[in-house]
Design a protein around this ligand. Structure first.
Ligand SMILES: Nc1ncnc2c1ncn2[C@@H]1O[C@H](COP(=O)(O)OP(=O)(O)OP(=O)(O)O)[C@@H](O)[C@H]1O
Length: 586
C-alpha cells in the first residue's frame, strides 16, 4: 500500500541508461558473479581437457603408445569434459536466474514508481507505450543480464587463462595472440556504437507503433462510420514499413560486425598455423621455434580459437547490450521523474485502489474514522499546470465532515484541476491543502469517466468494497436507481460489464462507480460531475446518495448541475471567487 512515508526505491538521478543498468544489476551482483566463476571454471576445464588430449595424441603418434598407456591422461580428459559441461550449464543457470530476478525487480520498481507518480504524468497517458515499456523493454534486457554482463568479465578472464597456457608452451605465439586480441573489441565497439543508436531509435519507433495501432483498434467504430478504413490501412502500413526498415538496418549492422570479427579471428589463427607449421617443418628457426613439438603445436592450434571465443561471444551478445541500453534510456525518464510531493503540511491522499487496499485490512469497519470529524482546509491556494497560467488563485475555505462543497464555473475554469490538486495528483502552484485528522485519511476520487473492469458487477464492487455483503450491494444499486440490473434481461450481480463499460450507458456506469464509493466510503470524497450524463429522475437518486454519503464524510463535487447546489453546504464558483457561500474563510 502507498504510504506517506514510503519513498521511491532509489532517490538518485541516473544520467545515462548505462548507469541505470548498473543500478539494476547491483540487485543480483552475487548471482551474476557466480555465473562468472562458473564460466572461469569452464575455461579451466577446457584447458585441462585439451592438454590431456594433445598429450595422448603425441604419445600415440610420436611414441607409438596405445591410448591406455597412461590412463591418468584419459581419466583427466573425461573428467575435464564432464567438468566443462557442468560448469557451462551452471554459468547459464546463474545468468538466467539473475536475469529473471533482476527483471522482476525492475517491473516491481516500475510499478511502484507509476503508483508514486501522479496519474497525470505524461508517460502514463499512452497505455500502449506504458505496456510496451513494462513488457517488451524490460524483456529486451534479458540477454544483457543473463549473457552480456557475465561475458564482459569472462572476455577478460578466459583469454587470460588460455594466454598463460600458450605462454608456457611458446612465448612468441602468446605475443601474437596478445597483439591480435585488442583488434576484436576495437572493431566491436566501433560497429556496436552504430547498433546502439539504431536500437534506441528502434525502441522509440516500436513504442509509437504500439500506440498508433492500439489507438486505431480502440476507434474502429469511428473509423468504420467515417469510411476511413483505407486511409487507416495506409497509415498502419506506412508505420509498419518504417519499423521494418529500421529492423533491417539493425540486422545489417549485426551482420557487418560478425563478418569483421570472423575475418580478424581467422587471420590471427592462420598466422599462428603458418608459424607452427613452418617451425615443425624446420623452415623457421627464429624465436622459440625449435622448441615446438607436436604436443605444443597441436595444443596452441586447438587453444587459439578458444582464446578468441569469449571475445566473439561478447560481440554476439553486444546486440543484447545495445537493446538493453535502448530500453534503459527509455526508462530513464520514469526513474528520474520526481515522485509526487507529499510534504508535512500538504494533503495526504491515496488513489481509489489504495483506499480500497487500506480498508480491506480493516475487516470490521465499513465506516472509516467514526469518532473523528474530518476537516478540509484550503489556504491561499493557486491551481494550474504551470506558474504562467494560473487557473484560480487565492482559494481560502474550510469544509467539515457532513458538508458538501460544490465547485462550479464555466467549462475550462479549472474545476477538475482543483479536484486533481485536492487528490494530490497535481502540486498547488501556491498555498496548501490540509486535512484533519491527518495523514491516515484516505480520499476517494471519482473521475468524469470512471473506469470499470471487464468483469461482473459483483467483481467490480467487491474489489472496492471487499467487506460489503451481496445484500448491501443489491440495496445500494437499487438506491441508485439501477433496478434494471436485477430485471429479466440482466443477470443481477453476475451481469457482465464489457470492455470500456460496454453494455451499460454512461449514466449507469457513473452510478455503478458511485456504488463502489458508497459501499466503502472514505472520509473525503471527490466527485467530478457525477450527474453529467443523467436525466432528472436519475439525478434524484444521485442527490439522495450524496446526501447520505455526506453524513459521514466531506464531499467535494465539481459540477455544472445547478440542482446539486440545493444540497451543497459550501459553494465555490471559480468564475466569481468572491461568491464563496457558506464557506468558513480561513
Ligand atoms: N494536463 C493538462 N495540462 C495542461 N493543461 C491542462 C491539462 N488538463 C487540463 N488543462 C487545461 O486546464 C484548463 C482547466 O481544465 P479543467 O479540466 O480543470 O476544466 P473544468 O472546469 O473541469 O472544465 P469542464 O467543465 O469542461 O470539465 C483547461 O483550459 C484545460 O485545457
Amino acid at each position: 500500500m502507498l504510504s506517506h512515508n514510503k519513498k521511491r526505491p532509489a532517490e538518485q538521478k541516473f544520467l545515462t541508461g548505462r548507469a541505470l543498468l548498473n543500478h539494476f544489476a547491483s540487485d543480483k551482483k552475487q548471482v551474476l558473479w557466480l555465473s562468472v566463476i562458473a564460466g572461469t571454471l569452464a575455461t579451466f576445464f577446457l584447458a585441462m581437457q585439451w592438454i590431456s588430449f594433445a598429450w595422448m595424441v603425441e604419445d600415440v603418434i610420436i611414441y607409438q603408445h596405445s591410448f591406455t598407456h597412461q590412463p591418468e591422461w584419459l581419466i583427466l580428459f573425461i573428467c575435464s569434459a564432464i567438468g566443462r559441461v557442468v560448469s557451462t550449464r551452471l554459468q547459464t543457470m546463474f545468468g538466467q536466474n539473475a536475469s529473471i530476478a533482476i527483471r522482476s525487480n525492475i517491473r516491481k520498481k516500475l510499478l511502484l514508481l507509476w503508483r508514486q507518480q501522479s496519474p497525470l504524468s505524461s508517460h502514463l497517458h499512452s497505455p500502449a507505450a506504458a505496456a510496451t515499456q513494462w513488457v517488451e523493454d524490460i524483456e529486451s534486457m534479458d540477454g544483457y543480464f543473463s549473457k552480456y554482463w557475465p561475458q564482459q568479465m569472462l572476455a577478460f578472464i578466459s583469454p587470460l587463462i588460455i594466454l598463460c597456457v600458450v605462454a608456457w608452451l611458446n612465448w612468441l605465439c602468446a605475443v601474437l595472440l596478445l597483439i591480435s586480441a585488442p583488434l576484436i573489441p576495437l572493431f566491436m565497439i566501433l560497429v556496436g556504437m552504430g547498433a546502439e543508436q539504431l536500437n534506441q531509435k528502434y525502441s522509440l519507433i516500436r513504442q509509437r507503433l504500439a500506440g498508433h495501432f492500439l489507438n486505431r483498434v480502440a476507434n474502429l467504430t469511428t473509423i468504420k462510420l467515417l469510411h476511413a478504413e483505407q486511409a487507416v490501412f495506409g497509415e498502419v502500413e506506412a508505420a509498419s514499413d518504417s519499423y521494418r526498415k529500421i529492423i533491417t538496418k539493425t540486422l545489417r549492422v549485426a551482420f557487418l560486425s560478425s563478418t569483421v570479427l570472423e575475418f580478424f579471428t581467422s587471420v590471427a589463427i592462420a598466422s599462428l598455423a603458418i608459424y607452427i607449421g613452418f617451425s615443425l617443418y624446420g623452415a623457421i628457426n627464429w624465436g622459440p621455434a625449435s622448441s615446438i613439438s607436436l604436443f605444443s603445436g597441436l595444443l596452441i592450434l586447438i587453444l587459439a580459437p578458444e582464446f578468441f571465443q569469449p571475445l566473439r561471444n561478447l560481440s554476439q551478445y553486444y546486440h543484447d547490450k545495445a537493446a538493453a541500453l535502448g530500453a534503459a534510456n527509455n526508462l530513464l525518464k520514469v526513474f528520474n521523474e520526481e515522485p509526487k510531493q507529499q510534504s508535512e503540511d500538504q494533503v495526504f491522499t491515496e488513489t481509489k485502489t489504495d483506499a480500497k487496499l487500506k480498508q480491506s485490512t480493516d475487516k470490521q469497519n465499513i465506516t472509516p474514522f467514526p469518532n473523528q470529524q474530518p476537516l478540509l482546509n484550503i489556504h491561499n491556494l493557486a491551481i494550474g499546470y504551470s506558474p504562467d497560467s494560473v487557473l484560480a488563485d487565492d482559494i481560502n475555505l474550510q469544509v467539515k465532515g457532513g458538508q458538501l462543497l460544490a465547485i462550479t464555473g464555466e467549462s475550462g475554469a479549472g474545476k477538475s484541476t482543483l479536484l486533481y490538486t485536492l487528490a494530490d495528483y497535481l502540486k498547488p502552484l501556491k498555498g496548501n491543502v490540509v486535512t484533519f485528522p491527518g495523514k491516515q485519511m484516505p480520499i476517494a476520487y471519482l473521475p468524469q469517466r470512471p473506469w470499470l473492469k471487464n468483469a461482473s458487477v459483483l467483481s467490480n464492487l467487491e474489489e472496492f468494497a471487499p467487506n460489503a455483503t451481496q445484500e448491501q450491494m443489491r440495496e445500494t444499486l437499487i438506491e441508485l436507481g439501477l433496478n434494471e440490473i436485477f430485471g429479466k434481461n440482466h443477470n443481477g450481480l453476475n451481469t457482465m460489464i464489457g470492455e470500456h463499460g460496454q453494455g451499460f450507458s454512461g449514466g449507469q456506469l457513473q452510478r455503478l462507480a458511485l456504488a463502489r464509493v458508497m459501499l466503502n466510503p472514505t472520509a473525503i470524497i471527490l466527485l467530478d460531475e457525477p450527474t453529467a450524463k443523467l436525466d432528472l429522475s436519475s439525478k434524484k437518486y444521485i442527490y439522495a446518495a450524496l446526501k447520505k454519503l455526506k453524513s459521514n464524510a466531506i464531499l467535494v463535487v465539481a459540477t455544472h448541475d445547478l440542482g446539486l447546489l440545493d444540497i451543497a453546504d459550501v459553494h465555490l464558483n471559480l468564475n466569481q471567487k468572491e461568491g464563496v457561500e457558506g464557506a468558513v474563510l480561513v
